[in-house]
Design a protein around this ligand. Sequence first.
Ligand code: CDP
Length: 787
Amino acid sequence: MTHTAGTPRHHGFGPMRRKEDARFIRGRGKYVDDIKLPGMLHGAILHSPHAHARIRSIDVGAAEAHPKVKAVITGETLEAMNLAWMPTLSNDVQAVLATDKVRFQGQEVAFVIAEDHYSARDALELIDVDYDPLPVVSDARTAMDEDAPVIRDDLEGRKDNHIFDWEAGDRARTEEVFAVADVVVSQDMLYPRVHPAPLETCGIVADMDKVTGKLTVWATTQAPHAHRTLYALVAGLPEHKIRVISPDIGGGFGNKVGIYPGYVCSIVGSILTGRPVKWVEDRSENLMTTSFARDYHMSGSIAATRDGKVLGVRVKTLADHGAFNGSAQPTKFPAGFFHVFTGSYDMQAAHCEVTGVYTNKAPGGVAYACSFRITEAVYLVERLMDLLAAELDVDPAELRMKNLLQPEQFPYTCATGWEYDSGDYATTLRLALEMAGYEALRKEQAEKRARGELMGIGISFFTEAVGAGPRKHMDILGFGMADGAELRVHPTGKAVLRISVQTQGQGHETTFAQIVAEELGIPADDVEVVHGDTDQTPFGLGTYGSRSTPVSGAATAVVTRKVRERARLVAGAMLEADPGDLEWSEGRWFVRGDPNSGVTIQEIAMAAHGSVELPEGVEGHLDATTVYNPPNLTYPYGAYICVVDVDAGTGKVSVRRIIAVDDCGVRINPMIVEGQVHGGLADGIGMALMQVMAFDEDGNHLGASFMDYLLPTSMECPSWELGATVTPSPHHPLGAKGVGESATVGSPPAVVNAVVDALKPYGVRHADIPLTPANVWRTLQGRPFRT
Ligand code: CDP
């Protein structure tokens, strides 16, 4: 089941090798840092060493006198242009360059533009900033204390660090089911601050052409069209005078959704100097200042009957949003899709309350490889399910099996209002248990426990909600989340597809060509996919939250079908037949009942551009456009099983196996899907076992390099064991659901559940992530081992 890479198929779906790899494996990818323009200057940012301090003065005289420096931009420069503050994705404002105070360590204070990168960096040392340090809030749990310093005193009338209170679900109904439950299990848990940490950091080249008045921006952005419109709104330029190009991107994972101060400064720098300006951040800048993820303190409870029927879940969450509320999510959901926390289970009621607070940490709150806080939601419910199983003394697989939604319940509206589209959950869990050899594993565990060895088996069953999103349900900053697509078939039958989503390594150039191939019967190699350039592609909100296949993939199917229908009319004229009498198969329209009398799509394309007399009202050529507004999200799901061994002496966790059975509906390219799952599983091991952005009480960032912020490598990852079930989405034209982030969402609870299971003989019921050797070792201290 692991190997799907076989003979590449050229017509449609299947394990076709990635078109883009031809350039990537030869080192021929073109990333932002590869862009070199004549006369290009280089920018560097001065960052604050303090987490909270008033700025008394900034002296840039010596830096400006540096022979290679062309300009130094400060908050004051930007203030004069009304650009010192920029809007965030959550309707807050964020300082581009600090004017009054700095509010987190690493905050952007000044921007130097010089002839070369090294001179720009050197000149940063010549800037003298006089700071007056202030008390710091580095723990969200103290942000609302009476004596906590007010971080956002720039906001009119602000007296504390409170951002929002938000709730979902039915509080009264939830209280009722909790009141009658035989068993209630509660647990506080932290999903700590982590970072998407893409291999390529963020960067930009901004080029303002003063002659044409056109601004061209090459940037590492997952959402080129959204960026262009935001620049247009903020700068007052018309959209056609701004071109945003997103070249090859070395991983995004949510980190490249927002607009960062370095982007604004580079654009301003190009306007001021009249020359292109490049700014590419280094690793520490990326880790310290760009969007983090998670940072949710959750107090959850689950209620059930004595025989293990789950009745309800409730949770109170304290959300740390850092110094500016730059969290990325649809406008009306300040906690994103966190309220999908009822997971994959049939229950009567659920309720959540989320309070957001400011702290002296970097802003953000992005959906790091997940759909807007679903990672946190899945972690919560999957930990609660294991805690309940321990309390009831039943097997966690059995408890899940008993409570999973049944196929006939779909479409299913959960207790917080989400309408799950399709699923056959029990079949997926059963397959995962079979692949794992679950019973044998439990037997092995019992034998090992008897010998004092620590082995753990962890299960997670997750449901995601991806493909944001239906206009009627959501928008981001007022923008609906529909995606455009354009397809043009040339006279020879080769095609160009233009889409609004932007690949960052997911292989869209291949899979989107495969969709056209499947629907039009031409080889995928004959389809060129154009993306990542606002001058060449239709509007759409970009790639994140596994929305590409659910939204742009659907748009591609719809636009291809439109072309196919046009082709039917042309074929009718060619065959002198009524188009209604034609049938489609394998790239041909033919007369029903007479398969020999037909024309191929290539012949039709030539005729559509040629001299065949077309019926009244039928346009020539073969192209179409569409805008796809999804009727609902898609709900991919999966069953993951993790097997770990823990060394009680050192606390070291070794992940021995991970079995991952995913159901993302119809798979366009199973090989790419597996690649996506591999990456997400590695991510999950990272989050569960080693990644955390820690801060000391002065707000010093303790994870600003890969020496401290640990990423998993092949050494920590087992050989993945993958399986698949296929339950099509009923509302997606191809039956496909998103998958890019399933494994990042589903795997952390499987790993944590396995580690906690391993520690059961010590009476451990929960341990917060990351489960580093030190944390595991500490958890075991003072606890006797009991079999
Ligand atoms: O938005 P993003 O590209 O990150 O996520 P996605 O829509 O889940 O797609 C990730 C990659 O997997 C793309 O190349 C998809 O076309 C491919 N995929 C697939 O082949 N079949 C699916 N059912 C879902 C995704």
